[in-house]
Design a protein around this ligand. Structure first.
Ligand SMILES: [Zn+2]
Ligand SMILES: [Zn+2]
Length: 422
């Protein structure tokens, strides 16, 4: 019962935006926002915390003519990209100017502005990467759409008749939690993926594999794929943009101090109806932060090696999949890799060395002498093989044996034929 009433009280808690003096405004802010602190009569600090990657501190200074002049609001942050802060700040300064012209009190209004932007922008963990990846697209062929609230980016990458539509979800704890990549099916509008199912399966497994590898922190590909060319090229070490534990500890200490302080001076506050709420808010904030601290520590411990890979993913999809296929040639038979003929032996198949051939061509070469051929692509230097034609000694021996048995049978058959010819 108690709980329900508390919930109601919070819902009815309406924010007050206008006051009789600056002093009254500051008092109200200190009461309402648990993570706020006033230094003197003309400056204060408010901290906004959503996640480890979405937090900042507003350092506010007032002029003598306030609220008829805009307050100065500096944004301090270790987690947000500088360029993003610049963009947000531009909008905020414009808003402050407008408020000052109307002589309105500005602190809570500007706090709401920043708070909502952080809350509703779920692309922040990959913000820099999204910008960088955009430059890889060809505006004539490809497109990108951002879903800020959902924290998703849709990419459509096209080359000739080949179109791949990807929806990339950025988890709030990315890169500690890997990207969620979905390949979008084709639709009536013709904006989905239009790749034959077998090839799509291969694309999909490569994309998932890349995401998984970066999450596990591998430099190249797994050993069973030999030393992969694609993985090595696409990989660059990037530091995960994470707040350190010490930085978070500072926030926790601040909240603890504030909780104690607010309990002490509670009796002197004018706004008695807020007193209970403030204490509860501070407690709740502290609890929230302590839980977040524990959660992040666990995440960090279990995913130490995780690395961001949005740029690498987009680059891979463009260079090694969509742009590569329409004009690619199978270097075993010299024909187009994406054959118009619908023969099973002509489906593209990736070799261990990450070069593509027709599945039938790999089969043919591996099952004839010398049974452990080199990859025909210049400069590759790896043995040719795939999951059906492995490169280890035992597999090579087995292929050789099967070959000689079938040759022997053929010879027998020839002999019989010859017999009847005579
Ligand atoms: Zn071929
Ligand atoms: Zn090769």
């Amino acid at each position: 019962m108690e709980k329900i009433e508390e919930g109601k009280e919070e819902e009815n808690q309406e924010k007050i935006f206008d006051y009789d003096s600056l002093q009254e405004e500051i008092t109200y802010i200190l009461d309402t926002l648990p993570r706020s602190e006033a230094f003197d009569d003309n400056s204060m600090r408010i901290s906004i915390f959503h996640t480890m990657l979405k937090n900042c501190e507003l350092v506010i200074k007032f002029t003598k003519e306030y609220p008829n002049t805009p307050l100065s609001c500096q944004v301090k942050t270790r987690s947000l990209p500088l360029r993003l802060v610049e963009i947000i700040k531009k909008g905020a300064d414009k808003k402050l100017q407008e408020l000052a012209e109307e002589g309105k009190y500005q602190v809570l209004r500007i706090y709401d502005y920043y708070n909502e932007l952080l809350e509703h922008n779920n692309l922040i963990p990959a913000w820099k990467e999204v910008q960088k990846a955009k430059k890889l697209l060809d505006p004539e062929k490809d497109s990108m759409k951002l879903f800020q609230k959902a924290g998703k980016v849709k990419y459509i990458i096209q080359e000739e008749d080949l179109r791949l539509a990807l929806l990339v979800g950025i988890p709030p704890d990315y890169p500690l939690v890997p990207l969620e990549v979905t390949i979008l099916k084709n639709n009536k509008e013709g904006t989905g993926t239009n790749i034959n199912p077998r090839l799509l399966e291969i694309f999909s497994s490569h994309i998932q594999d890349l995401v998984r590898r970066y999450h596990l922190g591998y430099d190249g590909l797994e050993s069973d794929l030999n030393e992969g060319k694609i993985g090595a090229e696409a990989t660059k070490k990037v530091e995960a943009p994470l707040m350190t534990y010490e930085e978070m500890q500072y926030d926790i200490d601040f909240l603890r101090k504030q909780k104690d302080m607010k309990e002490e001076i509670g009796d002197y506050k004018k706004r008695k109806k807020y007193r209970r709420m403030i204490r509860k808010e501070a407690e709740k904030e502290l609890e929230k932060l302590e839980l977040e601290e524990k959660r992040i520590q666990e995440l960090q411990a279990n995913n130490k090696q995780a690395r961001p890979c949005l740029v690498e993913l987009v680059q891979f999809v463009i260079d090694k999949l969509v742009r590569y296929f329409p004009n690619a040639i199978c270097e075993i038979c010299g024909e187009e890799l994406l054959s118009k003929k619908k023969k099973k032996s002509l489906t593209p198949e990736i070799a261990y060395c990450l070069h593509w051939f027709h599945s039938g061509c790999i089969e043919e070469v591996c099952n004839n002498p010398p049974f452990d051929p080199d990859c025909p692509v210049e400069g590759c230097g790896n043995k040719l093989g795939n999951k059906d034609n492995k490169t280890d000694k035992a597999s090579v021996k087995t292929r050789e044996k099967i070959y000689s048995q079938s040759e022997a049978r053929k010879a027998d058959a020839d002999e019989i034929d010859n017999l009847f010819d005579f």
